[in-house]
Design a protein around this ligand. Structure first.
Ligand code: DX5
Ligand code: ZN
Length: 225
């Protein structure tokens, strides 16, 4: 049996002067999704990518574009990212007073809906909304920067969320895990219940990024019984 986890390389750690090259790496390695980290220098202390860049990516790839919005007032950016060609749009629960409005807006664009929480935000804060989403993005570092260390308590948290989903017949909701994921800890995250793994610096900081992407899949399949 093959493991059915998905890998979503984060282009935050790629060479921004060569995003076409980053897409080629993802293609050659066989990555499932392209993870795009959107930061507004308000919700997090960093500033990155907006809709025009997503539009340019969309023009040159058929891959699933996964937009992770780390921005205040996320409702203002939903339609621009949808029009630019995002396939999934994730927002942070901490960034809005009206999560239902953001969810309904994303849904109205026909895109997949993701909800995310920081490491310090209790799961109970998102619980009332999860029936309406397609994925839960569990941050395993403080959002804002690539290259940080995986917060080890995250695995326990993922397992609890997975159990909550199965206890409530919500197995259709996928768990995405983002931050500090490396070849050496990916298997633990998958075993804990992670369905979609984001990896930035491990892929794009490598000498052989295509080889690293392939190794994520090979390791997962070797460890599945
Ligand atoms: C952090 C971002 C992550 C980041 C992950 O706020 O959401 O997607 O790119 O990078 P690594 O894999 O290097 O921790
Ligand atoms: Zn991210």
């Amino acid at each position: 049996m093959l493991s059915d986890f998905k890998l979503a390389p984060s282009i935050l750690s790629a060479d921004f002067s060569d995003l076409r090259g980053a897409l080629k790496i993802c293609d050659e390695g066989g990555a499932d999704w392209i993870h795009v980290d959107v930061m507004d220098n308000q919700f997090v202390p960093n500033l990155t990518i907006g809709p025009p860049v997503v539009k340019s990516l969309r023009n040159v790839t058929d891959k699933f574009i996964d937009v992770h919005m780390m921005v205040v007032d996320p409702e203002k950016l939903v339609e621009p990212f949808a029009r630019a060609g995002a396939d999934n749009i994730t927002f942070h629960i901490e960034a809005t007073n009206d999560p239902n409005e953001v969810i309904d807006l994303i849904r109205s664009t026909g895109k997949m809906v993701g909800i995310s929480l920081k490491p310090s935000t209790p799961f109970s804060v998102i619980a009332p909304y999860i029936e309406k989403v397609d994925l839960i993005l569990v941050m395993s570092v403080e959002p804002g920067f690539g290259g940080q260390g995986f917060i080890k308590e995250s695995n326990e948290r993922i397992t609890k969320i997975k159990k909550y989903l199965s206890d409530n017949c919500l197995e259709r909701i996928q768990i995405q895990v983002d931050g500090g994921i490396k070849l050496h800890n990916a298997q633990e995250v998958i075993s804990a219940g992670g369905d979609i793994l984001v990896a930035g610096s491990e892929v794009f900081g490598a000498q052989d990024p295509v080889g690293v992407i392939r190794e994520f899949y090979n390791n997962a399949n070797t460890n599945v019984s």
